[in-house]
Design a protein around this ligand. Structure first.
Ligand SMILES: Nc1nc2c(ncn2[C@@H]2O[C@H](COP(=O)(O)OP(=O)(O)OP(=O)(O)O)[C@@H](O)[C@H]2O)c(=O)[nH]1
Ligand SMILES: [Mg+2]
Length: 392
């Protein structure tokens, strides 16, 4: 009796044990199989059809870059910068705000009988757009004369007159090309073209250097960047990010507060050794009133010019600072040979008139305009597109 009872208990125990063991083995097998299947398919933490994305950001603009096939880490994925045509299309649309000035002028001038108060309003609209006092008064004089001769207040006629006079002011004949000729010295050494970028704090120098590098890469130039802003370590990192995005080498110091002129010198030497076409040198922002810092700029310029004459000195001005920018420009032009202006942040401002003012005062053309925070939001300055946008 006792023996039969013991046997029954043992059989029940063994049955339960084997059922649980079977179940455990089944679950373990299922898990192992799934994991293997995922590994064989590739990296199982990436959704099918996607590759790991590298998030890059410079100058506030972040771009997702799809790594090229075969590259799993995402490191080294290069972006393809935009060519000139697309940039000019964007220039027109981004200057929409500047159109406010044009629309106001068109409205005022299309009145049937213009009295003195109307002409004062015209002058005020031009001054508000930062055209500068002299150019604004000249334009009003010419407009008065032309409107009298025209004898029409039709909007289209008025637009045609305005277009002609504004274009004259902006001057389409000026050479706005970036001079990037390489030179060969008497010893037969080939030197890269060199571009020095200067300006007060926060105008957009580093962003502009990065954007110009992309612009040149898109045209097939081999570029080297020099991080001569040794004020802040972050400045060199910011430039490095721009360089990495398009595979451009960045020469920087591993020491904070290093001599910016020596970094500029290293950048030029590196570019020459690599046989690069262009070296772009970024500098720290400086107030035009700080004599020491301004002298430092002169030293950087001299060091870059040691092997071959410097090709371009670009002064970066923030369009939103208006006439203040003009005062900065004058002092910078006394210290270094400014050969071109880059007018940044022209998107989002109705003060496009600074283009005229700065050219007049300095005799230096606006060569590029910044039209946004995106990596390719820089366009060669095109007077026709600019005036068109003003009167759109
Ligand atoms: N909207 C707009 N923002 C711009 C443009 N150019 C530059 N910026 C922004 O201006 C800010 C300053 O740009 P940076 O390139 O760091 O200026 P910086 O002159 O190098 O500054 P410092 O080195 O500190 O003197 C950033 O947020 C840029 O994204 C532009 O054309 N349009
Ligand atoms: Mg900077």
């Amino acid at each position: 009796m006792v023996l039969r009872h013991t046997t029954t208990v043992t059989v029940e125990f063994l049955t339960t044990f084997f059922i649980w063991l079977g179940l455990a083995l089944f679950i373990a097998g299922l898990g192992f199989g799934l994991t293997r299947q995922r590994r064989e398919r590739g990296r199982w933490w990436v959704r099918p059809g996607t590759r790991r994305r590298r998030r890059t950001g410079a100058g506030g603009a972040a771009t997702d870059v799809l790594a090229p096939p075969g590259e799993e880490t995402g490191v080294g994925a290069l972006e393809v910068p935009e060519g000139v045509a697309g940039r000019l299309v964007r220039l027109r649309s981004r200057l929409a705000r500047s159109g406010i000035v044009g629309a106001r002028l068109l409205n005022l001038l299309s009145k049937e009988h213009l009295n003195e108060a109307d002409w004062e309003d015209v002058e005020e609209a031009l001054l508000r757009a930062d055209l500068g006092v002299d150019p604004a008064m000249e334009l009003v004089e010419k407009l008065r004369l032309r409107m009298k001769v025209l004898g029409s207040s039709r909007r289209e006629d008025v637009r045609a007159v305005l277009q002609e006079l504004l274009l004259d002011l902006v001057d389409p004949e000026v050479d706005r090309t970036l001079h990037l000729e390489r030179t060969t010295d008497d010893a037969g050494v080939r030197h890269p073209a060199s571009v020095l970028v200067v300006g007060v704090n926060g105008t957009g120098k580093t962003t502009t250097v990065g954007k110009i590098a992309r612009f040149l890469v898109a045209q097939g130039h081999e570029v080297v960047l020099g991080a001569a802003d040794t004020f802040r370590a972050a400045a060199a990192d910011q430039l490095q990010t721009w360089g990495d995005r398009v595979g451009v080498e960045v020469v920087k110091s591993d020491r904070e507060q290093a001599d910016p002129a020596s970094v500029a010198f290293d950048a030029v030497s590196t570019a020459r050794d690599r046989g690069a076409d262009v070296v772009l040198v970024d500098t720290a922002g400086r107030l035009q009133t700080k004599v020491d810092l301004m002298n430092e700029l002169g030293k950087i310029e001299r060091v870059i010019s040691r092997g071959a004459p410097i090709s371009e000195v670009l002064l970066v001005l923030d369009a939103t600072t208006g006439q203040n920018g003009l005062r900065q420009a004058k002092v910078f032009a006394e210290v270094v040979k400014v050969s071109g202006i880059v007018l940044t942040k022209l998107d989002g401002t109705a003060k496009g008139g600074i283009v005229v003012a700065v050219q007049r005062e300095l005799g230096v053309p606006v060569k590029f305009v910044g039209i946004g925070e995106g990596a390719d939001d820089l366009a060669p300055f095109d007077p026709f597109a600019f005036v068109d946008a003003l009167l759109s």
